[in-house]
Design a protein around this ligand. Structure first.
Ligand SMILES: Cc1cc2nc3c(=O)[nH]c(=O)nc-3n(C[C@H](O)[C@H](O)[C@H](O)COP(=O)(O)OP(=O)(O)OC[C@H]3O[C@@H](n4cnc5c(N)ncnc54)[C@H](O)[C@@H]3O)c2cc1C
Length: 261
């Protein structure tokens, strides 16, 4: 049984995130890390292995520049067995369509029974790549699960919709995505950090995948960021000091003035 855990390297949300002149995120100027929502994808992949009697190989897969190797490293430290890093200058500025095309080619080359994704990345935050990837592979997609389980040749997720809790089952091979409600992701142990250093990571280019550059990268993107305007810095909040019991009135005043009530 082979699971591919899709991990994206993103700028650290606690740091300054700038846009470069070409409208893409300035990844060189920012510290990056494994997208927090993809830690849940790795965690659920590890739990599937721990709950399975079969041999389960977990491979972390990323598409990104040199620094994206850190996303793989974190997944290996958590317990993944190996990594695949799709790294090619031509990928810079790729939109979600292109990313899903590259990921589909990588999944076909690597082979897999199950692809586990995060619900969304913490930078583009579109939440579309799992479905796009499944469409390109012709595989079923069961997305936004808070629980994932395997029975024989099928995978089942549970998710909470607005009006109903749903159980979705799909035959393997399949693509699933998991939410941040799927349980805490483990921290790498010291043993895991040391073991990760010896784990294999393959680095592939678009050529290795046999993917032509049409529709790939900034030139090929179907969407273009034409303008970016930094958001105004957050205003300091209103501080109410309740010395004479008027605090409640002041709060109601604030809420009604701002049409919260
Ligand atoms: C601020 C910003 C805005 C953007 N707006 C758009 C836009 O409007 N339209 C558009 O087409 N593109 C847009 N992009 C580009 C888009 O983010 C990238 O193409 C990206 O690789 C896919 O979109 P996402 O990060 O939103 O992925 P999502 O669909 O949010 O990702 C879902 C899951 O797919 C997997 N995944 C996603 N990307 C990768 C990767 N590179 N490697 C491995 N696994 C991955 C992860 O498991 C992730 O949790 C934007 C990027 C940024 C930073």
């Amino acid at each position: 049984m082979k699971i591919l855990a899709l991990v994206k390297h993103v700028p650290d949300a606690t740091g300054d995130r700038e846009f470069a002149d070409d409208g893409t995120v300035d990844r060189e100027g920012a510290d990056g890390l494994l997208s927090e929502l993809d830690e849940y994808a790795v965690e659920q992949s590890l739990q599937i292995r721990e709950n399975s009697d079969d041999d389960v190989e977990i491979v972390a897969l990323t598409v990104g520049p040199d620094d994206a190797a850190d996303a793989i490293k974190k997944a290996l430290q958590m317990g993944a067995d190996a990594g695949i890093h799709i790294n090619d200058e031509a990928i810079h500025g790729s939109d979600a369509l292109a990313t899903s095309k590259i990921l589909a080619a990588a999944v076909q080359k690597a082979g897999a029974d199950l692809v586990v994704c995060g619900m969304a990345s913490t930078d583009g935050n579109m939440g579309v790549v799992p479905a796009m990837l499944a469409e390109r592979l012709g595989w079923p997609a069961a997305t936004f699960g808070h629980t994932v389980s395997l029975e024989g040749q099928s995978v089942t997720i549970k998710r909470d919709g607005d009006t109903a809790a749903q159980t979705v089952q799909a035959n393997l091979p399949a693509v699933v995505s998991v939410t941040d409600q799927s349980g805490e992701a483990r921290y790498p142990s010291m043993k895991g950090v040391i073991a990760a250093k010896k784990k294999p990571v393959d680095e592939w280019t678009l050529d290795d995948l046999g993917v032509d550059t049409a529709g790939i990268g900034l030139e090929g993107a179907a969407t273009k960021v034409t303008d970016t305007t930094p958001r105004p810095p957050k205003q300091a909040g209103t501080i109410v000091t309740d010395e004479d019991g008027s605090g409640a009135n002041a709060l109601v005043e604030f809420l009604s003035t701002n049409k919260f009530i």
